[in-house]
Each structure stands twice: as C-alpha cells, then as structure tokens.
Ligand binder design. Structure first.
Ligand code: HEC
Ligand code: HEC
Ligand code: HEC
Ligand code: HEC
Ligand code: HEC
Ligand code: HEC
Length: 365
C-alpha cells in the first residue's frame, strides 16, 4: 500500500481549513433541477442496430464476441482495513475553485444531506402534520430528485431509516406521501441495504460508514498528496488513461443496483476502492441487460458494463457520455453511434424520445 501524508499537519492549518470549509458548505443546493419527463426509449432489442457512420469502434453483433472472465484482472481489498483516506473537506480546501463551486449542487454531493444543508426538505417535513411526532428526530435526508427518505443517527457510522417516503414531482414539490400514517424507525435497514452506495467507506462487517453521503474517495480512491505534482497518480485525472474496466468498476460499484457481494451477501460491494476489480466480489446477473422491461436508466448502464467487462469493449465507458462534476451528458451526442445509442434512441436512431421512469426495488422507489 502507498503511504501518504495528511495535509492538516498543524493546528493552524486545521483552523484555516475549518474556516474555509464553513465558507464552502452553505452554498445553495436548491438549484438541483428536478427533471419532469424522462426521455424515452425504444423497447426494441439493440442487437439489430445498424450503426450509421460506424467507425468499427463498436461491433454490431454482440453474440459474435467472446465472453471473458470478468474476475480475471486486477485485485481487491476484501478483508483489508478501510484506509485512512484524505477527506472531501480537505480536497475541497485545495479544489475549491474548480470543484467546490459545483459540488453542493451535484447529485452525488447531495445524495445524503444534513438537515441544515437542506432547508427545502426541512420545509416539507414541517408542512406534513402527520410527521409532527418525528419531525425533531429527523436529522438527515436521503435523495432529492425522485424521492426523499428520512434518517437519524443511531450510533457511530449508523443511521436509522424512517419507513415513510416523500414522492417528489416537478419543482421538487411533494406529489404524495407513502406510509406517512405508520411511522417507524428501522435501525438495521440502512446498514444492511443502503450504506454501501449512499455513504462512504463502509465496513461491511460492522455495517458502519466513515462519512455519510458520497465523499471524493468513492470515485477518486485512496488519494496520495503526491498527485499535486503528478496528476497521473490520481484516478480519473485528465492525464490518466485508465483501463476501461477499472473506470467502469468505479461507477458500477453503485450503479449496478442488482448485484450481491459474494463475501458478505449484502447488496453492495465489500470494501471496494477505486482501482479494484469490482467483479471479483460483486456478482451481477448480466443476462438482465437483455430484459426489455428494465428501465432505460438502469439498462443502458448494465449493457455498457457488460460490453466493457465481458466483451472487452474499451472505447465507450460512462465517461464517454457523462461529466460527473458538470452534471452533464452533453458530450454524449458527439459519441460514435453504435448499439448503445439504441437503448434510448431506437434501432433506427431518432431524436424523438418517449418519457421513461427509473425504478429500483433495491432503492424502494
Ligand atoms: C448498489 C448501490 C445502491 C444501494 C445498495 C442502494 N442504492 Fe439507492 N441509489 C443508488 C443509485 C446509483 C441511485 C441513483 C440512480 C439513478 O438516478 O438512476 C440511487 C437512488 C436512490 C434514491 C433516489 C434519490 C433521488 O434523488 O430521487 C433513493 C430514495 C434511494 N436510492 C434510496 C435507497 C435506499 C432507501 C436504499 C436501501 C434500502 C438504497 N437506496 C440502496 C444506488 C444504491
Ligand atoms: C494540498 C492541496 C490539494 C489537496 C488536499 C488535494 N489536491 Fe488534488 N490537486 C492539487 C493540485 C495542485 C493539483 C494539480 C493541479 C490541478 O490540476 O489542479 C491537483 C490535481 C488533482 C486532480 C487532477 C486534475 C486534472 O488535471 O486532471 C484530481 C482529480 C484531484 N486533484 C482530486 C483530488 C481529490 C479527490 C482530493 C482529496 C482526496 C485532492 N485532490 C486533494 C491539490 C490538492
Ligand atoms: C458511491 C456510489 C456512487 C458512485 C461510485 C457513483 N455514483 Fe453516480 N450516483 C450515485 C447516487 C446515490 C446517485 C443519486 C443521487 C441522488 O439523487 O440522491 C447517483 C446519480 C448519478 C447520475 C444522475 C445524476 C443526475 O443529475 O441526473 C449520473 C449520471 C451518475 N450518477 C453517473 C455516475 C458515474 C459516471 C460514475 C462513475 C464516474 C458514478 N456515477 C459513480 C451513486 C454513485
Ligand atoms: C452512450 C452514452 C452513455 C453511456 C456510455 C452511459 N450513459 Fe448514462 N446516460 C446517458 C444519457 C444521454 C442519459 C440521459 C440523461 C437525461 O436524462 O437527460 C443517461 C442517464 C444516466 C443516468 C440517470 C438515469 C436516471 O434518469 O435516473 C445514470 C445514473 C447514468 N446514466 C449512469 C451511467 C453509468 C454509471 C454509465 C457507465 C456504466 C453510463 N451511464 C453510461 C448516456 C450514456
Ligand atoms: C461520482 C464520482 C465522483 C466523485 C464522488 C467525485 N469525483 Fe471528481 N471526478 C470524477 C470524474 C468522472 C472526473 C473526470 C471529469 C468529469 O467527468 O467531470 C473527475 C474529475 C475531477 C477533477 C479534475 C477536474 C477536471 O477539470 O477534470 C478534480 C479536481 C476532482 N474530480 C475533484 C473531486 C473532489 C474534490 C471530489 C469530492 C468533493 C470529487 N472529485 C468527487 C468523478 C467523481
Ligand atoms: C440513456 C439514454 C441515452 C443514450 C444511451 C443515448 N442518448 Fe442521446 N439523448 C438522450 C436524451 C435524453 C437526449 C435529449 C436530452 C439531452 O441532450 O440530454 C439525447 C439527445 C441526443 C442528441 C441531440 C443532442 C442535441 O444537442 O440536441 C444526439 C445527437 C444524441 N442524443 C446522440 C446519441 C448518440 C450518438 C448516442 C450513442 C453513442 C446516444 N445519443 C445515446 C438519451 C440517450
């Protein structure tokens, strides 16, 4: 393992840093848009897709490609201790100008928020009389685009989850409430079912997290401060040209919402660290990629992951189309057309999209 120095070495530095963090955190988070209609998909199979302007980067007939063993490369951190990683507020101290300005509006940055950072969600609790008996207990919120769930601390690195859900509609207004008449706190559910993807650096045995929400560590890994001099040491930096399977593992650790850890049986990975081969521990049924009933949100992800890790396709990863810090998929329209476009644009490539909804039994929405 690499050794690294912590940046907050002296108490003066720590103080300066706290001041900065305080200045950064109250940034507005209400700007997060709530998309009304989802672009639609054509339910046809993509295997017959005729690529226009196909450069040969993608092959048209998946069946002709040989499946490889997804566990065969790389390593993992199962059974190893959770590293003492550099925390996000430290990263943001240096990266306040390029990342800090948008992080509080990023879907990843806000997936779990403390009450005071989410005044608009505190307001929906106040406006629901049925929540009066638990309103002062609710300390954290999970979600902000489709659904909101309510959390409170329950010991070190643990949350209790309220069974009630607020279903959000346009402009983040509550469309309806689920189970608001039978309030109950579940102490086990968050650790057993949610923690691995909605909090950071989870110890799968104790089912405790190190930080609530998603820290930089989830995607950038166990960062060494040497990266300030050589950015190629950093996962996902511009200078690095990583193996598509490693990049895909980073996003897939959370975005494959139908996997299971072989070592723990939990529905999230065991001590995954950026750079690891996710599939040595995380078991996924890739046959579901052909399930036409799967929503296009989850389906295009599963298909892209299958192309990369089973079929050895290296040209197209999540990052071909998604810019995480810009909250944008604008780049995708310039990507080379291939079978993956058919998930949303149909086999005859059309820009007309039917609205679609994303659901997940794992996430209970
Ligand atoms: C395997 C990883 C994983 C696990 C485990 C998981 N989630 Fe999720 N969750 C995600 C991802 C990824 C998204 C975003 C999906 C998307 O937008 O397409 C999400 C989205 C959500 C949303 C919607 C957020 C919004 O802004 O509307 C809610 C609510 C949610 N999850 C709740 C839960 C709860 C409750 C649990 C545990 C019972 C859970 N999730 C377990 C990965 C996971
Ligand atoms: C002591 C200040 C400092 C800290 C702390 C720090 N960085 Fe950096 N980081 C830099 C500098 C300087 C560079 C190189 C110049 C640049 O690209 O901004 C850099 C570069 C990067 C890059 C590559 C940018 C590119 O050009 O592709 C990434 C990604 C990154 N840092 C992420 C992080 C993350 C994540 C953390 C926390 C785990 C972190 N940094 C902590 C100063 C810091
Ligand atoms: C640690 C878990 C985790 C990792 C790693 C992760 N995501 Fe996410 N992602 C989420 C969750 C949770 C949400 C939903 C946030 C919410 O609304 O509460 C999400 C939301 C998204 C969205 C929808 C955001 C929007 O505004 O519509 C996109 C796109 C996305 N992620 C892409 C990626 C990509 C690309 C990667 C890899 C570089 C990645 N994610 C890595 C958990 C993760
Ligand atoms: C060929 C381009 C492309 C690739 C490759 C791709 N995506 Fe997407 N993805 C899109 C587009 C376009 C959207 C739709 C954005 C919108 O709704 O405006 C999208 C939507 C999403 C969403 C939001 C779903 C929802 O509505 O809640 C998530 C999450 C996501 N992608 C994650 C990923 C991940 C993770 C990967 C890699 C495994 C990936 N995508 C690969 C183009 C792509
Ligand atoms: C969900 C995954 C994810 C998380 C969490 C995440 N990043 Fe990134 N980061 C990326 C990806 C992917 C890129 C490559 C460029 C892009 O897609 O925006 C990137 C690029 C960067 C860069 C280079 C900027 C550039 O212009 O290319 C810096 C600096 C950075 N991240 C810092 C951070 C810091 C600091 C945090 C925590 C506050 C963080 N990241 C959290 C995925 C993530
Ligand atoms: C996950 C669904 C999804 C996938 C996969 C997808 N698209 Fe899109 N595409 C969309 C949505 C939604 C829009 C309209 C909104 C937007 O621009 O994000 C769109 C818009 C476009 C546009 C019009 C953009 C503009 O500026 O008006 C083009 C061109 C395009 N896509 C090309 C592609 C190509 C090429 C691929 C395959 C490499 C692809 N798309 C894959 C969902 C998708």
């Amino acid at each position: 393992m690499q050794s690294k120095s912590r940046i907050v070495g002296s108490s003066t530095a720590a103080k300066v840093f706290v001041v900065f963090a305080a200045a950064l955190l109250p940034l507005s988070i209400s700007v997060l848009s709530n998309r009304k209609s989802k672009p639609g998909l054509d339910q046809r199979s993509s295997s017959g897709f005729l690529a226009t302007g196909n450069t040969g980067q993608q092959q048209a007939a998946p069946s002709a490609q040989s499946a490889s063993d997804p566990t065969a490369w790389g390593s993992n951190h199962i059974g190893k201790p959770i590293p003492e990683y550099v925390h996000g507020d430290e990263c943001l101290f240096c990266h306040r100008n390029n990342i800090g300005t948008t992080w509080q509006k990023n879907a990843h940055g806000v997936t779990v928020r403390q009450g005071e950072d989410a005044p608009e969600l505190q307001a929906i609790v106040r406006q629901q009389p049925a929540l009066a008996s638990v309103a002062t207990q609710i300390e954290y919120f999970l979600g902000s685009r489709h659904r909101v769930r309510f959390l409170k601390k329950d010991g070190y690195g643990k949350f209790a989850l309220l069974n009630t859900q607020a279903v959000l509609g346009p402009e983040a207004k509550v469309d309806k409430w689920i189970d608001v008449d039978k309030l109950s706190w579940d102490k086990e559910r968050f650790g057993n079912r949610c923690a691995g993807c909605h909090s950071t650096a989870v110890d799968s045995t104790a089912k405790t997290f190190t930080a609530f929400g998603l820290d930089c560590y989830a995607c950038h890994g166990d960062v060494t401060l040497e990266h300030t001099k050589d950015t190629s040491l950093m996962w996902l930096s511009k200078k690095r040209r990583d193996d598509a399977r490693a990049i895909t593992s980073i996003c897939a650790q959370c975005h494959l919402r139908f996997g299971k850890s072989r070592s723990t049986g939990l529905p999230y990975p065991n001590n995954f660290i950026a750079g690891d081969n996710l599939f040595q521990d995380y078991e996924v049924d890739f046959a579901r990629a052909d399930d036409e009933n799967l929503n296009p949100g989850d389906r295009h992800i599963l298909r892209n992951v299958r192309d990369v890790v089973l079929r050895g396709q290296q040209a197209i990863t999540c990052l071909t189309c998604h810019q995480v810090h810009a909250n944008s998929t604008a780049k995708h329209s310039a990507a080379t057309r291939g079978t993956i476009c058919a998930d949303c644009h149909g086999t005859k490539f059309t820009l007309e999209m039917k609205p679609y909804a994303v659901h997940s039994s794992l996430c209970e929405y």
